[in-house]
Design a protein around this ligand. Structure first.
Ligand SMILES: [Zn+2]
Length: 220
């Protein structure tokens, strides 16, 4: 379900973040803002401020900030939709559902499936790079020389892309799978359609999105 952005704006203009936060946190007026003990980190003196003019909360201690919807998501553990519905109920507004045509829905599903398979490809490559790092002394030495211990390498999922133009072919038997090119792992030469690994003899740093899914690599 998608909620139109205009509705979100309207909703946020009708609720007061001070009221919303005030249900969970004891707030005291301090100048133009309201202050309280941050509900997101332990503290004894208030560094959590709520601005009625900006309709925003901000903690100077831990840096958490956001609007009324964000507060409900962070503090009450609601999803975005749940938070919107909760606020809408309080203001007597009815959440409209954006009409999606079957075509749009199919398109969205296809995009999601593609994103999933891209992540799969990247995860699989990441795993292979990690294994490769373990058996490549010169890459380990390089990392150590830069002060990166095995523990750190493990924590950040660092890996190593071996030398050779088609090393990934041993991990992906279908080396001409378009997903490999789309994921950026394989380069396709436009002229002769020849394919080769983008990353060769490189330390690999996985790049992850907020959900923790691998969305690409940085190499050096
Ligand atoms: Zn805080």
């Amino acid at each position: 379900m998608a909620i139109p952005q205009s509705f979100i704006q309207e909703l946020l203009s009708r609720v007061d973040v001070v009221d919303i936060v005030g249900k969970y946190v004891q707030l005291k007026k301090g100048g133009a803002n309201f202050m309280g003990l941050c509900p997101f980190h332990g503290e004894k003196s208030p560094s959590f401020s709520v601005s009625p003019t900006k309709q925003f909360f901000h903690c100077f201690g831990c840096g958490k900030n956001g609007n009324a919807i964000g507060f409900l998501m962070e503090h009450a553990g609601m999803t975005f939709i749940e938070a919107v519905k909760d606020l809408a109920q309080q203001t007597g507004m009815v959440v409209p559902e954006e009409q999606q045509s079957p075509e749009d829905r199919a398109k969205a599903a296809a995009a999601k499936a593609k994103q999933d398979s891209l992540s799969d490809v990247l995860e699989k490559a990441g795993e292979a790079y990690r294994e490769q790092l373990k058996i490549t002394p010169h890459a380990i030495d390089y990392l150590k020389g830069r002060g990166l211990s095995g523990q750190i390498a493990k924590r950040f999922g660092l890996g190593y892309a071996p030398e050779g133009w088609r090393s990934l072919a041993s991990i992906f038997p279908k080396y001409d799978d378009p997903l490999l090119a789309e994921s950026g792992l394989v380069i396709v030469n436009e002229e002769d359609d020849k394919r080769y690994d983008r990353f060769r003899d490189r330390i690999m740093f996985p790049i992850r999105n907020i959900k923790g899914e691998c969305i690409g690599f940085g190499g050096r």
